[in-house]
Design a protein around this ligand. Structure first.
Ligand SMILES: [Cu+2]
Length: 114
């Protein structure tokens, strides 16, 4: 009986360890970016090259804007006082400009993959 319980414990422990490993390998914390007065903060976002990442864009303005980047192939509208999760694909090392398309005069930024 004791042996049986020990082996069950071992199986459960293995599952927990596998889950923890999966979390640390794949689920990276989103990168927080805020839009305020139609400017991005930060406006330079560094990501690791060759692996996907996630940007969580908080729009603190009253009006909607669109995170837009032809080089990243992303278009994501985020309503005023709302947030949007933006998936960034695995990128080759380089610089990828983006803008808030509705306020492009001021809303400019750059993703740098390195
Ligand atoms: Cu657009």
């Amino acid at each position: 009986m004791i042996m049986k319980n020990l082996s069950l414990f071992a199986v459960v422990a293995a599952f927990v360890a596998a889950g923890a490993l999966a979390t640390s390998s794949f689920a990276q914390a989103p990168i927080e970016v805020r839009l305020k007065n139609h400017r991005f903060t930060p406006n330079v976002i560094k990501v690791k090259a060759n692996q996907p990442s996630m940007i969580m864009l908080f729009n603190d303005d009253d009006t909607a804007d669109e995170f837009d980047s032809s080089s990243l192939k992303i278009e994501k509208v985020v309503a005023g006082h709302n947030k949007g999760a933006i998936r960034v694909r695995a990128l080759a090392p380089g610089k990828y400009p983006f803008m808030g398309e509705y306020h492009a005069a001021t809303a400019q930024g750059m993703v740098i993959a390195e």
